[in-house]
Write a protein that binds this ligand. Structure first.
Ligand SMILES: [Zn+2]
Ligand SMILES: [Zn+2]
Length: 175
């Protein structure tokens, strides 16, 4: 069995698809490993990079779009298709996640600062609230005192009035 570079147009006469007894392998156009095996009629799959080739087209693993073999990225979803672009993309993903971590850390710091600030604001608010309540309480006490005084004045007034009435009735009785 001769290995050869995949050219996208094998036919079953040259390359039998009876995979069970002897799996023919070809050089993968994507990773250049000789791990490309026939997986169906004019369908090939690389055992190394998992590239899938159907009718001489590179099938996107993400969206299933058939791309030209030389495509580095999927025309539809931008999924990296070659080993090279996959490595680049993995690296940029790693960089991205590092940046994301940085941003997240900054966000956490900011959040902590904001929490501290809002805590301070909350303290201020509580202080204002406490003072307001204290003032209310004082006002209530003053009002209560005034009420009590009013009640005692009324009582005194009523007492005087009753005494006058009593004295008057005694005088009338004596006359
Ligand atoms: Zn491959
Ligand atoms: Zn795609």
């Amino acid at each position: 069995m001769q290995n050869s570079r995949f050219d996208g147009c094998y036919n079953s006469d040259n390359h039998p698809s009876k995979a069970q007894e002897h799996m023919p392998t070809y050089e993968c156009p994507i990773c250049s490993e000789e791990k490309l095996v026939e997986s169906g009629p004019s369908a090939y799959e690389c055992q190394h990079c998992h590239a899938s080739i159907l009718d001489g087209k590179l099938v996107c693993s993400a969206c299933g779009k058939h791309n030209p073999l030389e495509a580095a990225k999927c025309e539809t979803c931008q999924e990296p298709l070659t080993i090279f672009s996959r490595v680049i993309s993995r690296h940029s993903k790693a960089t991205r996640s590092w940046r994301l971590d940085q941003t997240r850390n900054q966000a956490n710091t900011l959040k902590a600062a904001e929490a501290h600030a809002s805590e301070a604001r909350m303290d201020d608010f509580l202080e204002i609230d406490r003072k307001r309540k204290e003032a209310d309480r004082e006002a209530a006490l003053i009002q209560e005192e005034a009420d009590r005084q009013l009640v005692s004045y009324v009582k005194i007034g009523l007492g005087i009035f009753l005494a006058i009435v009593a004295v008057a009735s005694i005088i009338i009785a004596l006359l």
